[in-house]
Structure formats: C-alpha cells, structure tokens
Design a protein around this ligand. Structure first.
Ligand code: ATP
Ligand code: MG
Length: 137
C-alpha cells in the first residue's frame, strides 16, 4: 500500500497544531504507520531538503527545520502521496485554498507548518531517511 512522509515543522509543533493536523489525516481515512518527535540536526535538514540546495532560501530553511521539535510521520492509504499534498495545500499559504491545512492555518511561505512528500520516489527516500524499518508498524 502507498505510503508518504509527512512532518509537522517546528512552527506547527510550537503553535500547538499537532492534533488539528493529525486529525485531518485520520478523518480522511488514512492510516498512521509511524510517528515520532525529533529535533533534526542542521546536517539532517540539509539531507531532507537536498533537492533545494541551490535555492536562495536553502540555508534559512534548514536552520528553521532544525530549530525545534518536528513531528515526523508516515501515513498509508490509496493515493496518500498526491491527496496528502491536496490536504496540505499550496506551498505559499497566500495561495493555498481555504479548507487546506496551510490555507486555514498558515500565512507565510517560510512558516508553512507542514511538509509532505511530492512523489513516489521522494516518499520512499524520505521515509528511509527519517525512520528505521522497524519503526513502521
Ligand atoms: P515541503 O517540501 O515543505 O512539503 P513544498 O513541497 O510545498 O513544501 P518545496 O518547493 O519543496 O515546497 O519547498 C520546501 C519548503 O521550502 C517550503 O515548504 C517552504 O517552507 C520553503 N520555501 C519554498 N519556497 C520558498 C521561498 N520562495 N521563500 C522561502 N521559503 C520557501
Ligand atoms: Mg517539497
């Protein structure tokens, strides 16, 4: 069954949005197969966002991801990669539709509270980066 990596970034955790966000995935019908709270190192954040290493915001983005606890999760279900990103909404919360997580709960792109894998290969790579196989139930 299809799986995706979802993370609530330090701003989402700090703002107390864990239950709000987890409940949206639960109510949709997806299955939680792994979850843990961790503070990633900057090196780890750089690995996670390696595709963006040439972007001007890369350094600030990695500093931010490693600035506090992140809730790392794996969710499972039919179409969860694509539909999970639909639940999350557009990258820039100014463009996210109301009803999406970023549309309802975030304002600026640098503090958009949640990450979701953008494809099958990325999902596999991100799950392997953040979790040991034995952590997946
Ligand atoms: P994520 O990978 O976090 O789920 P995304 O796939 O919607 O987000 P990406 O293009 O992968 O968007 O960008 C990764 C993250 O980098 C964004 O979530 C956002 O926090 C940050 N980011 C993207 N564009 C900008 C920008 N122009 N300025 C500042 N930060 C940005
Ligand atoms: Mg992305």
């Amino acid at each position: 069954m299809e799986r995706t990596f979802i993370a609530i970034k330090p701003d989402g955790v700090q703002r107390g949005l864990i239950s709000e966000i987890v409940s949206r995935f639960e109510r949709k019908g997806y299955k939680l197969v792994a979850i843990k709270l961790i503070v990633p190192s900057k090196e780890f954040a750089q690995k996670h966002y390696h595709d963006l290493k040439d972007r001007p915001f890369f350094n600030g983005l990695c500093d931010f991801l490693s600035s506090g606890p992140v809730l790392a999760m794996v969710w499972e279900g039919e179409g969860v990669i694509k539909y999970g990103r639909k639940l999350i909404g557009a990258t820039d919360p100014q463009k996210s539709e109301p009803g999406t997580i970023r549309g309802d709960l975030a304002v600026v792109v640098g503090r958009n509270i949640i990450h979701g894998s953008d494809g099958l290969e990325t999902a596999k790579d991100e799950i392997a980066l953040w979790f040991e196989p034995k952590e997946l139930v």
